[in-house]
Ligand binder design. Structure first.
Ligand SMILES: [Zn+2]
Ligand SMILES: [Zn+2]
Length: 92
């Protein structure tokens, strides 16, 4: 079941909680990644990234709302911000 399908069962209130919870998880991943970077430790594959399930965005950027990360298109040019919710960035 994808994150998208799961979300449709939720009330608006539950969706807000889901996005808040997702942001907590993503923030913890980013904190962990920063910690390793400071010590020049190579990041273990897949542990600390939060790619978007809806588009090509490779990591979440923002403050808990819509993602502000610029998505790089297939040609290498930017196709604009991701704009998806934090709950779309929980990875698989
Ligand atoms: Zn996205
Ligand atoms: Zn994104």
């Amino acid at each position: 079941m994808s994150a998208h399908q799961r979300r449709q069962d939720l009330t608006d209130e539950q969706s807000v909680v889901l996005n808040k919870a997702a942001f907590v998880v993503i923030s913890a991943r980013q904190e962990g990644a920063a910690m390793l970077r400071e010590s020049s430790v190579d990041l273990p594959d897949g542990w600390f990234s939060s790619p978007c399930a809806e588009c090509a965005c490779s990591d979440y950027a923002g403050d808990g709302g819509a993602c502000t990360n610029n998505v790089v298109g297939p040609e290498g040019g930017s196709s604009g911000p991701c704009g998806h919710a934090s709950s779309d960035h929980l990875g698989s």
